[in-house]
Design a protein around this ligand. Sequence first.
Ligand code: AP5
Ligand code: ZN
Length: 214
Amino acid sequence: MKIIMLGAPGAGKGTQAKKISEKYQIPHISTGDIFRANIKNGTELGKKAKTYMDQGLLVPDELVVDLVVDRVNQDDCANGYVLDGFPRTIPQAEALDAALAKLGQKVDYAINVEVPDENIVNRMSGRRACVDCGATYHIVYAPTKVENICDKCGGTLILRDDDKPETVTKRLGVYHEQTQPLIDYYTKSGTLKEVDGTIDINDVFAAIVKILGE
Ligand code: AP5
Ligand code: ZN
């Protein structure tokens, strides 16, 4: 099962992708997480990506496409995967389709998690991420057992650099301009599925399971 998560920044793509990955036992591939890990480790890719991410801009396609194509060709992706944060532009979607076509494969589901812009800034300002394992929480909607301590690894929680309100507004603009056209793209290919992302996290997941099957 090859799944793509679509939706605005903060719509809940990562939250749902983790749950899909656990239930269906397929890798969760988040380009945002890959870049953040590279930034943390001080790699050349991380240094390049950071200059764009800090401004709320997309990292150029040429820095993303090969990385994802290599990743989905690894052995653990043989039974499928859930892509979170990729593709984000039409050229990225075309590059993915071309890479899959070479293997006689295609994307099975593009799940669009719909959340209006008004809800997004509120979501992002309450999001906290673990510095050690990257787990994501929300101070109101998905709190940890102990304040500011990761439930999974005991790491410290922080507000992501790009979750400041002014950067979130920029990211939303970039989303509408560069990523939203993918909704048409996947509608045309017959793979688009819409879910309401404004309801409770577990109810969003139940709607996704209905689409993917038990
Ligand atoms: P990335 O990390 O992909 O960020 P994003 O798409 O902006 O998405 P987010 O991670 O912010 O949000 P999400 O939808 O996963 O929401 P989450 O589940 O955390 O990318 C970061 C940057 O990297 C980009 O700006 C770009 O620069 C670069 N980049 C990455 N991929 C790229 C690519 N392919 N091409 C070019 N550049 C790329 O949820 C948000 C919060 O809400 C959490 O606190 C969560 O607990 C809470 N929440 C989730 N669901 C619910 C719910 N139903 N109800 C209440 N609260 C909820
Ligand atoms: Zn952690």
